[in-house]
Design a protein around this ligand. Structure first.
Ligand code: NDP
Ligand code: BG6
Length: 515
């Protein structure tokens, strides 16, 4: 069994998880190796899984249980944040099973059901199944249909061992497909069984955003159009597409990052205070914020959106390939590896405040940041001449790396002359709390096991975000490579993205040194 502890589940919230079987569809994939297997085993190491816990890997190749165990062991050695000792592993591996089957073959699901029933006989009690759909999005639909058709979705419904399903992102390819997925989910599952994952919501710093906003009274009075002049959200990566070219070329930056991770950061930054911390209240407020987003100007003189693809360049001092030269990328690919946009919310709080979003691969560095830029004070006492230059106050919320929050203020430099300089009040998670923070997937898998959907996305949230972005994707599809900008790898993206801010008095902050 996966858990070696003598005590049963003791989550921080004191919930007791029933005996569990986790079934991963797409278990031979990158996500399972890098994130899911390490998360499950770290939860186990912290005694946060039930004593009776099994992991079934599901995939199309007929590999043996032994080979699966070897794959998982290698993945843990390579990617777990903590070492897995031999004694723990020896106990863990007994409960790893592989089930070979196609994703669109009902029979494979019926034989899976038999395997699950056999485990229940072996442990002599009912177990909850947590199905984790971790395949490319094109396969989500047949998996969900077959979970329904085989009866696996309905197992023990209405009891504490009811089946649950986690569905990876992106949730669909556009508004239409997200809507179709939601329809199948509504037909086959109760919403309480469904967990649409966005791993950014499991990051400590993202969870902390609500605490920063609503547990500190100093922010609320200034968190609006009267004091905020712009909000920027950057989620940049220095890596390229690596060996995920097949998936990425069908996806692109807008589907892969903006539709989900970046829009969730926007929703949490812009939403109104929820009436309580229960999942529905928070999701209701996020949906309202997304609903308030004005449609984007896609073409014309001053479009609100920019897309680009990386050219060769230098990253960390090493030469890197252009996107078109990466493995599996067609020479005529029009897929964007970078997207930036300017958005407005048509509501009372944010009327007229631009929200600038950008995300891309092969940029200058990995950084996820929310920057709230405040309005300048009137230029009466300071600000008229260059020595008395008043810099805008900035609140920089660093999601990763160097997780923390920095507030930039203006200060007088010491000396007889009056000169101003921006200074920072900085808080770093690691300095304050230490570095052994659980990974996002640990938190999210645990929450799903315990039926807590707070940090997951509701169906209408996903559709709302697609509703805004689908017209952009349709337009880009129709244009092929026309209008697709280029940027050298290792830079901060195309010049066209700077033009989004032109004349507004703003500039991209992340990557600029304020020290
Ligand atoms: P992979 O491309 O590695 O695919 C996972 C598995 O799905 C494969 O090993 C394969 O398993 C099966 N598969 C792949 N292509 C197809 C296909 N065309 N038809 C049927 N089955 C296929 O994906 P990842 O593991 O990278 O990602 C899984 C999901 O998680 C995706 O939805 C992705 O968007 C999401 N995600 C991934 C992240 C990452 O860093 N990798 C991060 C966050 C989310 P087999 O051949 O054994 O059946
Ligand atoms: C995933 C994307 O959702 O997020 C990947 O599919 C991306 O392309 C990854 O690399 C980034 O996640 P993180 O946690 O490293 O910022």
């Amino acid at each position: 069994m996966i858990n070696t502890s003598t005590t049963d589940s003791k989550t921080s919230l004191n919930r007791k998880t029933p005996p569990t079987i986790i079934i991963i569809f797409g278990a031979s994939g990158d996500l399972t190796a890098r994130k899911l297997a390490p998360a499950i085993f770290n939860l186990s190491k912290d005694n946060l899984l039930p004593k009776k816990c099994f992991l079934i890997g599901y995939g199309r190749s007929a590999i043996s249980d032994e080979s699966f165990k070897n794959e998982i062991k290698e993945a843990l050695d390579a990617h777990s944040r903590r070492k897995i000792e031999a004694s723990t592993w020896n106990t863990l591996e007994k409960n790893l099973i592989f089930h070979a089957g196609a994703y669109d073959d009902l029979n494979s699901f019926l034989t899976l059901e038999k395997k699950i029933s056999k485990i229940e006989k072996q442990i002599d009690c009912k177990a909850q199944c947590l199905f984790y759909v971790s395949t490319p999005p094109g396969v989500f639909m047949p998996i969900l249909e077959n979970l329904g058709e085989s009866g696996l979705a309905k197992r023990h419904r209405g009891t504490e061992t009811a089946s649950k399903v986690i569905i990876e992102k992106p949730f669909g390819r556009n508004l239409q497909s997200a809507h179709e997925l939601n329809q199948v989910i509504n037909k086959r599952f109760d919403e309480s069984q469904v967990f649409r994952i966005d791993h950014y919501l499991g990051k400590e710093t993202v969870q902390s955003l609500l605490v920063q906003r609503f547990a500190n009274s100093i922010f609320e009075p200034v968190w609006n159009r009267n004091y905020v002049s712009s909000v920027q959200i950057t989620v940049s990566e220095d890596i390229g597409v690596g060996n995920r070219g097949g998936y990425y070329d069908k996806s692109g930056a807008l589907r892969d990052m903006i539709q989900n991770h970046v829009m969730q950061l926007l929703a949490l930054t812009a939403m109104e205070p929820p009436s309580s911390l229960d999942p529905e209240s928070i999701r209701d407020e996020k949906v309202k914020a997304l609903k308030a987003l004005k449609p984007l100007a896609i073409e014309g003189e001053s479009p609100d959106v920019v897309r680009a693809s990386y050219a060769a360049g230098l990253v960390g001092g090493l030469p890197t390939k252009a996107y078109l030269d990466e493995e599996g990328i067609p020479q005529d690919s029009g897929t964007e590896t970078y997207a930036a946009m300017r958005l407005y919310l048509d509501n009372w709080r944010w009327k007229g405040v631009p929200f600038y979003l950008r995300s891309g691969k092969r940029l200058a560095m990995k950084a996820s940041e929310i920057v709230v830029q405040f309005t300048r004070p009137p230029a009466i006492l300071f600000g008229q001449d260059s020595r008395l230059k008043v810099s805008p106050n900035l609140l920089v919320i660093r999601i990763q790396p160097n997780e923390g929050v920095t507030l930039y203020l203006n200060s007088k430099t010491p000396g007889l002359e009056t000169k101003l300089q921006p200074i920072k009040l900085a808080f770093g998670y690691e300095t304050t709390f230490g570095s052994d923070t659980p990974e996002a997937y640990e938190r999210l898998i645990l929450d799903a096991l315990n039926g807590d959907g707070t940090l997951f996305i509701r169906g209408d949230e996903a559709e709302m975000s697609w509703g805004l972005l689908s017209p952009v994707l349709d337009y880009w599809d129709s244009q092929g490579r026309q209008g697709l900008e280029s940027y050298a790898s290792g830079t901060w993206g195309p010049l066209a993205a700077d033009k989004l801010l032109l004349g507004s008095g703003h500039e991209w902050i992340t990557g600029r040194s304020y020290d």
